[in-house]
Design a binder for this molecule. Structure first.
Ligand code: AMP
Length: 459
């Protein structure tokens, strides 16, 4: 049984219940089931067979959710095309993924050609789901060279837990072609929830409106989105039963603010394109009198092994990818994968992320590590500072020095006070050499702070 079987089970009962909503489209479960089979048939009519690669370049729409499931239903290899790179790089990426077809939604973006999603539906031929399929995701948004991570049908194992959760009214915020958005869609389908899709590029006004109109109970945020919603004049009240946040560091002060606003329903989760659902922190374990409980990413998920080796986090389990496309599978070695994140466990088995290894700033006369994450978290506790991102600035004498980008809501920022506060809290090493005030931090298409872009200002 794969997640596709679970999703079809849900779509086959209570056919009049709403399942997928986006823009002007509202699909009931039976309409969604019908379109799913039509999309699969359209692919078959165009020659797609089990094992074929189908690249999808689509935005956040109900049709795109069903297209992704249709490719899996046929036993295909679904290749997510990210919107970030330019057309040349996209072409190279698609070539490298060795696909048989490209499906595009021209209302989303016209950077590349392919079969139009709108023309794809064929006949409503019911087909039994193929037992095996794959998903290929581009990883590289904030991490350097792009790679293609391949996941097999283990998605079912990673998401089957959601089949026993009561149906929710979910709001999808991140791109369907990123693990976070794809995962949200699968969670919704498997749990029989109503999924409302926000725009492909997040905006807080729309979030606030949809949360109210659709009486949303559950959503997934990357941190900058949650901060924008918290800062919104019409920020929703305690209407949620379940909010997941993760994908990049969550400032403890902001997590606390979210819990104060929405109640103990905010779950910090840690995962990555190469390894879903590594760990999560149950909201009921958070205790404001123990500030570290706002910082930890919780305990490892039941089916995943996590080890710290020389400060790096290594993982193994069914939600870890099979390997990178074109490289030997992880199973050819021992199945362990180095996340590139640095972290540690406390005595109670809670995991803490210290930094991404690429975001560590190596500075000082003895080349010590500044964990940029610690500095970001501390800076937003200072009055008037709404967002902060510390990055390495190359320096002839010290290799790197600390530079911070700040979003503030006060006109006159006292840099000397900021520096003094940082030194008092974190020590001399963390003292920012440079400070730049920006109206907003650059975000990747998924909505995470793009530290790579900030670093590139110094090159
Ligand atoms: P991506 O592959 O684009 O999903 O990025 C995954 C990376 O995001 C991880 O390797 C972490 O560095 C970071 N990340 C994910 N969740 C968290 C979290 N809860 N706190 C801090 N960083 C996170």
């Amino acid at each position: 049984m794969t997640y596709v079987d679970l999703a079809l089970d849900r779509l086959s009962t209570d056919g009049d219940r709403e399942a997928l909503i986006g823009g002007d489209t509202r699909l009931t479960r039976s309409q969604a089931r019908d379109l799913l089979f039509r999309l699969a048939d359209g692919l078959v009519q165009r020659g797609i067979k089990p094992g074929d690669g189908v690249a999808v370049y689509v935005g956040n729409t109900p049709e795109a959710v069903l297209l992704n499931v249709a490719v899996h239903l046929l036993g295909g290899r679904l290749v997510f095309v990210p919107p970030e790179p330019g057309p040349g790089e996209l072409r190279a990426f698609i070539d490298r993924a060795e696909v048989s077809a490209v499906v595009v939604d021209p209302t989303f973006d016209t950077k590349i050609d392919g079969w139009h999603l709108q023309d794809l539906p064929g006949d409503p031929v019911e087909r039994a789901p193929h037992p095996s399929f794959a998903t290929v995701s581009y990883t590289g948004g904030t991490t350097g060279l792009p790679k293609l991570a391949v996941h097999g049908p283990n998605l079912a194992a990673a998401f089957s837990a959601f089949k026993d959760t009561p149906p929710q009214k979910m709001l999808g915020t991140t791109l369907l072609t990123h693990g976070s958005g794809a995962g949200t869609a699968i969670m919704a389908l498997v749990s029989g929830s109503k999924l409302v899709l926000g725009p492909s590029t997040f905006d807080a006004d729309t979030f606030v409106r949809l949360a109210e109109e659709e009486q949303i109970t559950s959503t997934v945020f990357v941190p900058p989105m949650m901060y924008e919603v918290l800062d919104h004049p019409d920020c929703p009240g305690p209407q949620f039963t379940n909010i997941r946040i993760g994908g990049s560091p969550v400032a403890p002060a902001r997590l606390r603010q979210a819990i104060e606003r929405w109640g103990p329903v905010v779950r910090q989760a840690y995962g990555m394109t190469e390894a879903f659902r590594i760990s999560s922190m149950p909201p009921e374990d958070i205790d404001f009198d123990r500030p570290e409980t706002l910082r930890t990413v919780g305990k490892p998920s039941p089916d995943i092994e996590v080890e710290i080796r020389d400060g790096d986090i290594w993982v193994r389990g069914p939600s870890v990818m099979e390997g990178y496309w074109g490289e030997p599978p992880l199973s050819a070695s021992d199945g362990w994968f180095n996340t590139g994140d640095m972290g540690h466990f406390d005595d109670e088995g809670y995991l803490y992320l210290d930094d991404r290894s690429k975001d560590v700033i190596v500075t000082g006369r003895t080349s010590d590590n500044v964990y940029s994450r610690l500095l970001d978290d501390f800076l937003v506790t200072l009055p008037g500072i709404r967002q902060a991102a510390a990055v390495a600035q190359p320096d002839d004498a010290l290799g790197e020095v600390v530079h911070v980008f700040l979003v503030t809501d006060v006109p006159d920022v006292d840099f000397d006070r900021i520096r003094a506060s940082v030194v008092a809290e974190l020590g001399e090493l963390y003292q920012p050499r440079g400070v730049t005030i920006v109206p907003q931090l650059p975000l990747t298409k998924v909505g995470k702070v793009d530290k790579r872009k900030l670093r590139s200002r110094f090159r």
